[in-house]
Write a protein that binds this ligand. Structure first.
Ligand SMILES: [Zn+2]
Length: 102
């Protein structure tokens, strides 16, 4: 990703990336976050798809919902993330539940 890309392209790339988040490494997550920051693109709920501490994508996280708060423990570093449960989360991506992509 050395060439300069437009914001639209960057958005597309980020969208694409998060559609396959389960197959990504923490290094790749870090890179895409940098790309988003460079283009001033909000990740929004997509930030909840990976650990903000070690950048590992959540694959089989332990999720707990209590009093409208979701708690996710990272399986790599055990860092706990918590956010308010809004009914449904909008990741802005189509997620393949079967996981037979890539
Ligand atoms: Zn972590």
């Amino acid at each position: 990703m050395k060439k300069k890309i437009s914001k639209t392209q960057a958005k597309k790339e980020i969208q694409e990336f998060f559609s396959h988040i389960n197959h990504k490494t923490p290094e790749q997550v870090k890179k895409i976050k940098k790309l988003a920051m460079a283009h001033n693109i909000e990740l929004g709920d997509k930030r909840k798809l990976f650990c903000k501490k070690c950048f590992s994508p959540y694959k089989h996280p332990s999720v707990r919902i209590k009093n409208d708060f979701i708690t996710i423990s990272c399986e790599s570093c055990e860092h706990k993330s918590r956010w308010k449960f809004k009914g449904n989360l909008n990741f802005g991506i189509k997620r393949k539940e079967t996981g037979d992509c890539c």
